[in-house]
Design a protein around this ligand. Sequence first.
Ligand code: TMP
Length: 206
Amino acid sequence: MRKNGFFITFEGAEGSGKSTQIKNAVTFLKKKGRSVLMLREPGGTRISEHIRAILLDKKLKEMDPVTELLLYCAARAQIVREKILPALKKGKVVICDRFEDSTRAYQGFGRGIPLEAIERIGRLVRGDLKPDLTFVLDVDITKGLARGGRHDRIEREALSFHHRVRRGFLALAKKNPRRMVVLDTGKPLESVSRKVRERLERVFGK
Ligand code: TMP
């Protein structure tokens, strides 16, 4: 079903500089002659963008964690079927700004929803689709929030929440060392970008 498509995700806490590294990866892949589809989560389809607006609306302070989890999953179910799977089938490289690891880190580690519950729903949401490669941009929480601002419902969460999210990403990376590559964004930008390119060279050639 997957043919020779390749699925890459970028993850990390707020203000981790994902967009810069996504651009870096796209430039690399285009030079290799690969056709690339860039997406973001939650979002990337008409329906998922509507759901994104609800999820990030700072007025909706009363949102229950389970409602939040199911909305992220609903947005994902749509983008998986409408965009990701068809592109992979055509042999494209799909790059997604966040995917299921964000749900594990934010709703699991951050909100305290058991990871088994997230896995169970996840299987329904994405079937057997999993990223082939995931970059986790690790960022100091205070610096990240200062860079990104605290505008939306999630960014406005307490610092302790964001610390749990960061630790969550690191714990997930430790459990999945073959798929997940942690990048220390405290290092100079060019060295982080080089690490991304070197990891991609291992898959797509020099
Ligand atoms: P963005 O700011 O990177 O566009 O992501 C939107 C926000 O949604 C960000 O604060 C992380 C959060 N998020 C979750 O809490 N769970 C998820 O499953 C995803 C994809 C994002």
